[in-house]
Design a protein around this ligand. Sequence first.
Ligand code: ADP
Ligand code: MG
Length: 256
Amino acid sequence: MTEILRVENLKKSYDGFLAVNGVSFTVEQGELKALIGPNGAGKSTCFNMLMGQLKPTAGEVFLDGQKITRQKPREIWRKGVGRTFQITSTYQSMTVIENVQMALLSHHHRLFAIAPRAWKLYRDEALEFLRIVSMEDQADRSCSILAYGDLKRLELAIALAHRPRLLLMDEPTAGMAPTARVALMQLVADIVRTQGVSVLFTEHDMDVVFAHAHHIMVLNRGELIADGDATEVRNNPQVQEVYLGGGTLFKEAQDA
Ligand code: ADP
Ligand code: MG
C-alpha cells in the first residue's frame, strides 16, 4: 500500500495546554480511517492542523512525502486534500446540480465564467457526481427543500467534484438519525472502494465506526492511545478504560 498522509509528532498548545500532544500516524491510499475519542480529545484540532486552518505548535505533516506543514488551507486543498463544507444560505438558493457545477467551475479554474450561460457548463460532469451519491433524480430541485440527509450527500458530491485524493470529514453524520448515519457511511465506504480516494473521518457512533472503518485511531487528552483494526482497538486495555461504561464500543464484542 502507498502512504498518502504522514503525520509526525503533531502538537498544538493553547497557552501551555496541549490540546494535541505528539500525534503520529499515517493514512494509506484507498484507506477509510477513523479518528475517535471523547469530546475534547483533540480530534477537530488535529483536523484543522491537517487542513492548514490551524498552525501546529510542533510537528510535521507530509502529503505524498512532501511537507505541507504550515501551508495555507488553499494550497493544501489544491494539492488534493478535500473536506466537506456545510452548504450555507447562499448556496441553498441554488439547485442541487448548480451547487455541483459551482464546485466544478472552481475546480477547473472557470469561476470567471459565472453568467447565465455558465449553467450549461459541466452539467454532464455534475450529473456524474450526483449519480455517485444517488441524487441525480434530485438534480433540479432547490437545495432549500432538501432533507438533511440529502444535503449531507450533496456536500459529499461537492467535495468529490474537486477530485480530492484525501478527504477529511470531521463528524460527517452529526445531527443525523442512526439509520441515515449508517447509510451515509456505507456510501463513503463505497466511494473509497470505487473511486480510490482515502478518507479520514471522526464520528461519535461506534457502530458506524466499527462497521465501516478499515483502521481506527483513538485519541484521548491529545494523545493517540490506539491505532489498529477493529479487533485490536476493542481489545486495547487503555481504550477499554477510556470508554468504560461509555456506550456502545463493546456491544458487538460482547454479543460475539
Ligand atoms: P474534539 O474535536 O476531540 O472534541 P477539540 O479539538 O475541539 O476536541 O478540542 C480539544 C481541546 O482543546 C479541548 O479541551 C478544547 O477546549 C481545547 N481547545 C480547542 N480550541 C481551543 C482554542 N481556540 N483555545 C483554547 N482551547 C481550545
Ligand atoms: Mg470536534
